[in-house]
Design a protein around this ligand. Structure first.
Ligand code: BES
Ligand code: ZN
Ligand code: ZN
Length: 485
């Protein structure tokens, strides 16, 4: 998709379609009489993501005019704009409208808005159809123009930033869409290596032997049931000159398929468990953008990649593993594998010099019970870092909700035979999982994001295809870009 910012006035805008936002309770008379009846009949009400397409509207040189509903004007921010742009693209491209101009007007034409519109266009354009021989939607948008009449030079840089972020989020979605037979731990490592080579990042992949030498017993325990060898993917970004002593570690769960292992999951819906690597995919996407946007902060991503299978060498319930930290864990349920691999990766990140840690993981079904599919759950051992992360998430329109981490929850993880058990019982399951991770992240300031409910769309939305969402990529990049401290 070609991206452009156009600064000429409305009357000069051309293309297959001009997209204009229509707000609730207001009437756009610039294209009268083409729209007069539609307003009068209530067909255009400005409700969020409502679409009205008219041809050859007077007042516009574009072939078509698409009014996309923005909802109430006072609640329309960059998050709503991102979705409006995405929905407009998804509405237009099946009609072979592939040269689209979106008009940003007073109140939503800042640099941030331009970036959001471009991100939306890229996110909306993405289709998970690479394995279909007859593509339902072969078309992809050729040209997306953001029109800001009279806009300044800073908008070009903003559009470029939007392009980097949209493409990087789509990379994470692409990785998550690959089924587990095509996205094994080693293939994921190969994709990370390829991205790193393209972007000038350092990539190191620790293999099973290296993990044994280091003592990553928890990660290796999960890998035992699969014929596919595990990999610990490390991606390093170093700034030319750092403005901070901090070194951010991004740790992402990379379970390329989660059968549950010996504590096997029910068959119904198991196919979705190919998305159990979306935490890792988010880190790969974020590192791609970080490599291009170059924040003055050292960032390293760690992605423990493994397949959780019930093979004949699989670990059993009751097995005790020794983690990289030296703590022992009784594996009471082999389906609670995410926390096992993250435990070793978090400790390794600290050993590698990371001063601050963020992890993202499709960790628990319980977080979906707590927050549904709207908010990512955030758990932290440090309020300052949590606040920074929540601010980044807010700025990027990625809803994230803080969860409790009281000391008392730790009792849930008691084991009769080891230092810790890997499950905490039926209640508060997302919290006990986070408390388990805290044992390995401490004393570094750390935030854990449980994205089980937000990393996958069960049904397509007007602004996004069904499947992986690429959630958190933008939040992580925003956090790195605005670090200070
Ligand atoms: N990958 C799952 C969590 C998950 C569940 C992600 C549903 C997305 C949708 C994780 O490895 C898991 O199986 N967790 C168990 C933990 C339990 C055994 C304590 C769960 O949530 O049921
Ligand atoms: Zn599991
Ligand atoms: Zn899992």
């Amino acid at each position: 998709m070609q991206i452009k910012v156009e600064k000429s006035p409305l009357a000069a805008l051309t293309g297959d379609a001009l997209v204009v936002v229509a707000f609730e309770g207001s009437r756009d008379d610039r294209f009268a009489p083409a729209l007069a009846d539609l307003y009068t009949s209530g067909e255009i009400a400005g409700k969020a993501l409502e679409m009205t397409l008219v041809h050859q509207a007077p007042g516009s040189k574009a072939r078509r005019l698409l009014l996309v509903g923005g909802g109430p004007a006072d609640k329309f921010g960059s998050a709503e704009l991102r979705r409006a742009a995405a929905a407009a693209v998804r509405f237009l491209k099946p009609k072979s409208v592939l040269d689209i101009t979106m008009l940003l007007e007073a109140g939503f034409a800042t640099a941030e808005d331009v970036a959001a519109a471009v991100e939306g266009a890229l996110l909306g354009d993405y289709e998970p159809d690479i394995h279909k021989s007859e593509k339902k939607d072969v078309k992809t948008v050729k040209q997306f123009t953001v029109a800001v009449p009279g806009g300044g030079a800073e908008l070009d840089a903003a559009a470029e930033r939007g392009r980097i972020l949209g493409e990087s989020q789509n990379l994470a979605r692409e990785l998550g869409n690959e089924p587990a037979n095509r996205m094994t731990p080693l293939r994921l490592a190969e994709r990370a290596r390829q991205m790193a080579a393209e972007q000038g990042l350092e990539c190191e992949v620790l293999d099973q032997d290296r993990m044994k030498q280091l003592g990553m017993g928890a990660l290796l325990g999960v890998a035992m049931g699969s014929a596919e060898p595990p990999a610990l993917i490390v991606l390093r970004y170093r700034p030319v000159s750092a403005s901070s002593e901090a070194h951010l570690g991004l740790v992402g769960k990379g379970v390329t398929f989660d059968t549950g292992g010996i504590s096997i999951k029910p068959a119904d819906g198991m196919e979705k468990m190919k998305y159990d690597m979306m935490g890792g995919a988010a880190m790969i996407g974020a590192m791609r953008a970080i490599a291009q946007l170059k924040p003055p902060l050292a960032v390293t991503a760690f992605i423990p990649a493994v397949e959780n299978m019930p093979g004949s060498r699989a670990q059993r319930p009751g097995d005790i593993v020794t983690t990289l930290s030296g703590k022992t864990v009784e594996v009471l349920n082999t389906d609670a594998e995410g926390r096992l691999i993250l435990a070793d990766a978090l400790v390794y990140a600290r050993q590698q010099g990371c001063t601050h840690l963020i992890d993202a993981a499709t960790l628990t079904g319980a977080v979906v019970v707590a927050l549904g599919h709207i908010n990512t759950g955030a758990f932290a051992n440090d309020d300052t870092l949590l606040e920074k992360l929540l601010a980044a998430a807010r700025a990027e329109g990625e809803k994230t909700w803080p969860m409790p981490m009281d000391e008392e929850y730790k009792d849930l993880l008691k084991s009769a035979f080891a230092d810790l058990g890997n499950i905490g019982g039926r209640w508060g399951g997302a919290i006990s999982a986070a408390i388990f991770l805290k044992e390995f992240a401490d004393p570094a300031p750390w935030v854990h994001l449980d994205i089980a409910g937000t990393a996958w769309l069960d049904d397509a939305k007007p602004y996004m295809a069904k499947g992986p969402t690429g959630v958190c990529v933008r939040t992580f990049v925003n956090l790195a870009m605005n670090w200070n401290g």
